[in-house]
Design a protein around this ligand. Structure first.
Ligand code: HEM
Length: 229
C-alpha cells in the first residue's frame, strides 16, 4: 500500500512539483556553470579556468552538491518523460476533442517541452562524455602554475571546439535549451502557485531575459574558442 507521500509524488501535481523544484535547481546551476566557463575566454592560456575547475572538483561541499546535481538531472529527465507519456496517452484517448477544448494549449506546450527535453538529455550525455568523463577517467595533461599541478581541462575543451561540427552541435543545443527555458522558467513558478499582481509579470520578464542571455552566453564560448583559442 502506498503512503500519502507515495500517492502524492506519483500524482500529476506531485510530479509537476518535482519538475518545478528540480528545474529551479538546474536553472541556478546553469548560472554558476556559465560564470565559470566564461573564464575559457580569458587570454591567459587557460590558467583561470583550470584553477577554477580544480577548486570546483576538490571542494568537499561542491563535490557533495555535484552528486545532488546528477540526481536532479536524472529525476527531472525521467519525471519529465513520465509526464510526457501520461499527457500523450491522455491526448490519444481524447482524440479530436482535446484539440478544441481549452487544455489544448497547455497540452501542446507540455508536448513541446518533452520533445525539447529529450534533445537536451542527448546533448547532456554527449557533453558529459566529452568533458566530464574525460576529465574523470581520461589521461588529461597536468599543468602547474606555481602551486600544486592541476588538470589542463582548458586544452581538452579547446580541442573539442577545434571541430566545427561540435561547435555547431553546441550552438544548436543552446537554442533548444533557450526554448525549453522560455516556457520552463515561468512554468516552474506557476506550479509553485505564485500568482501575484506585481511579482508574476516580474518573474515573466526575468525568465525571458534569463532564457535568452544564459544560452547565448554558453553559445558564444565554443564559437569564440573555435575562432580565437
Ligand atoms: C559552452 C558551453 C559549455 C561548456 C564549455 C561546458 C564545459 C564543461 C566542462 C569543462 C565540464 C567538466 C568540468 C566541470 O565539472 O566543471 C562540464 C561539466 C558539466 N556540464 Fe558543462 N559546459 C557547457 C554547457 C553546459 C550546459 C548548457 C549544460 C546543461 C544543460 C551543462 C551541464 C554540465 C554538467 C551537468 C556537468 C557536470 C558538473 C559536475 O560534475 O558538477 N554544461 N561542462
Amino acid at each position: 500500500m502506498k503512503t500519502w507521500f507515495g500517492r502524492f509524488i506519483t500524482s500529476s501535481i506531485g510530479q509537476k512539483l518535482v519538475m518545478s523544484l528540480t528545474g529551479l535547481f538546474l536553472i541556478t546551476f546553469l548560472i554558476v556553470h556559465l560564470a565559470g566557463n566564461v573564464q575559457l575566454m580569458w587570454s591567459d592560456g587557460g590558467q583561470a579556468f583550470n584553477e577554477y575547475a580544480y577548486f570546483m572538483t576538490h571542494n568537499p561541499l561542491i563535490k557533495f552538491t555535484s552528486y545532488g546535481l546528477y540526481f536532479f538531472i536524472l529525476l527531472h529527465a525521467f519525471q519529465g518523460i513520465a509526464l510526457w507519456m501520461k499527457n500523450k496517452k491522455a491526448r490519444g484517448s481524447e482524440g479530436y476533442a482535446v484539440k478544441v477544448n481549452r487544455t489544448a494549449g497547455a497540452s501542446k506546450a507540455s508536448y513541446r517541452m518533452g520533445a525539447l527535453g529529450i534533445i537536451i538529455l542527448v546533448f547532456i550525455l554527449l557533453h558529459m562524455y566529452q568533458f566530464w568523463l574525460q576529465m574523470k577517467l581520461g589521461n588529461t595533461e597536468m599543468v602547474a602554475y606555481g602551486g600544486e599541478p592541476v588538470k589542463d581541462l582548458y586544452t581538452l575543451v579547446a580541442a573539442v571546439y577545434e571541430n566545427p561540427v561540435f561547435v555547431g552541435i553546441y550552438v544548436v543545443s543552446m537554442l533548444v535549451i533557450a526554448f525549453h527555458l522560455w516556457h520552463g522558467f515561468e512554468s516552474a513558478f506557476q506550479t509553485l502557485g505564485l500568482n501575484h499582481r506585481k511579482y508574476t509579470p516580474l518573474i515573466k520578464t526575468v525568465g525571458r531575459i534569463y532564457s535568452v542571455a544564459v544560452p547565448l552566453g554558453f553559445a558564444v564560448i565554443p564559437v569564440y574558442m573555435y575562432l580565437f583559442a
